[in-house]
Write a protein that binds this ligand. Structure first.
Ligand SMILES: [Mn+2]
Length: 224
C-alpha cells in the first residue's frame, strides 16, 4: 500500500532563513514532501527576500497568506508603500529591486491550504462558520473571539485539524483538532513544524533574537 505523502507544516518564519534551513534539515524534508508555510514568511526578521526566494524556487512549497503579506499586498495593489509598521521599511529594503516580482508571487497565495483531514490557515477561524465561508480578516488575524475573548480554537468543534500560526507562544498549541505553530523564532525562541499525518513536532532554536518581545501569551498553551 502506498503511504500517504507527508506534509510538513512550518510556523511563522518572519525572514529567519537560517532557522528555516535548520528546520528543514531537522525534519528531513525532501522533494516528495508537501512543505506548507502558515504565512508571515517576511517582516520583522533579517532576510525576507531569502525566504521568499526559497519559496519561489522550491517546487513543493505552498504558502497561505499571512497578515503581514496581506498588508504589503494591499499597498502594492494601491500603488503605495506601507508605513503602518515600523519594520515595513526594512522589508522594502530587503526586497529591493525585486519588490514587484515578490508581490506578484505573494498575490497568488491562497488563504487556506488543505490536505487529508487537515487545513492550514494563518491565524484562525470563526468556529460558527464552515471553512469556505471564513472572512479574509479572520483567516489572517483572528486570535480571540469577540464577545468571550477566548481563543478561537477553544470553541472550534470540527474534526478537521486546523494548523495555524500567528500567535507567538514559547510552546506550540497542541489540541485534538488544532495545532498552533508560532513559537516566536523572530523573538529568539524557536521555529517549529508539525509533520502530518504522524503529528510529529520538530523545533529548532533561533540563532538569536531579531526583535524583542515584551510579553508572551503562554497561559493558554499550558491549559490545552
Ligand atoms: Mn501573523
Amino acid at each position: 500500500m502506498a503511504s500517504e505523502r507527508r506534509a510538513i507544516v512550518i510556523g511563522d518564519v518572519h525572514g529567519c532563513l537560517d532557522e528555516l534551513q535548520d528546520l528543514l534539515r531537522a525534519a528531513g524534508a525532501g522533494p516528495d514532501d508537501r512543505l506548507i508555510s502558515v504565512g508571515d514568511l517576511v517582516c520583522k526578521g533579517p532576510d525576507g527576500l531569502g525566504v521568499l526566494d526559497w519559496a519561489m524556487t522550491t517546487p513543493n512549497v505552498e504558502v497561505v497568506l499571512g497578515n503581514h503579506e496581506r498588508r504589503l499586498l494591499k499597498h502594492w495593489r494601491r500603488g503605495t508603500l506601507s508605513e503602518e509598521k515600523t519594520y515595513d521599511a526594512d522589508v522594502y529594503r530587503q526586497l529591493g529591486s525585486r519588490y514587484d516580482e515578490c508581490m506578484r508571487f505573494v498575490a497568488r497565495w491562497p488563504l487556506t491550504v488543505s490536505g487529508p483531514g487537515f487545513a492550514v490557515v494563518h491565524a484562525g477561524l470563526d468556529p460558527e462558520k464552515p471553512l469556505e465561508r471564513q472572512s479574509e480578516a479572520d483567516l489572517t488575524n483572528l486570535r480571540r473571539l469577540p464577545g468571550t475573548g477566548r481563543p478561537w480554537y477553544e470553541s472550534y468543534r470540527d474534526e478537521r485539524l486546523i494548523v495555524f500560526g500567528h500567535w507567538a507562544r514559547r510552546r506550540p498549541v497542541v489540541r485534538r483538532n488544532a495545532v498552533g505553530l508560532d513559537t516566536g523564532c523572530v523573538y529568539g525562541a524557536a521555529l517549529t513544524a508539525v509533520i502530518l499525518p504522524e503529528r510529529r513536532f520538530v523545533s529548532v532554536p533561533a540563532r538569536r533574537a531579531y526583535r524583542r518581545k515584551e510579553k508572551w501569551d503562554d497561559e493558554l498553551a499550558e491549559a490545552a
